[in-house]
Design a protein around this ligand. Structure first.
Ligand code: GDP
Ligand code: MG
Length: 113
């Protein structure tokens, strides 16, 4: 189950303001204490990745992030990291779309030959 490489997993990012329950949601979905939950805004710092089998999707990786409204100098760094994670997820989505397109094109080509 956990053998699927990260690149083959669907990436599901949790983005939003601080203290809205992103980490609580991750813990609820994974049924683990994967991320620290607290009423103190700015608890999550580095993105937390949790690979799991999430039916009906299959192998996914959940990514919990710091808030998009973080403040202070450390907050700016956390926001930057969240933005980077967001872009990485978009890139990954585009890549997997391309992969699907290519494999569709290949199977069409096979059928035609
Ligand atoms: N009332 C209520 N509080 C929640 C809910 N989900 C999370 N919380 C509380 O909101 C606070 C922030 O939660 P957390 O998961 O750390 O938020 P994050 O900063 O978005 O990751 C914590 O005190 C949680 O116990 C919810 O569904 N209802
Ligand atoms: Mg959090």
């Amino acid at each position: 189950m956990n053998k699927t490489p990260k690149g083959f997993r669907i990436h599901l990012g949790l983005f939003g303001r601080r203290n809205v329950g992103k980490s609580s949601l991750l813990n609820m979905i994974t049924r683990q204490n994967a991320a620290i939950v607290s009423s103190y805004a700015g608890t999550t710092t580095d993105p937390i990745e949790k690979p799991m089998e999430f039916l009906p999707l299959g192998p996914v990786v959940f990514i919990d992030t710091a808030g998009i409204d973080d403040i202070g100098s450390l907050g700016q760094l956390r926001k930057k990291k969240t933005k980077e994670t967001e872009s990485e997820e978009d890139e990954q989505k585009a890549k997997s779309k391309n992969k699907k397109k290519k494999s569709k094109a290949r199977s069409k080509h096979k059928k035609g030959s």
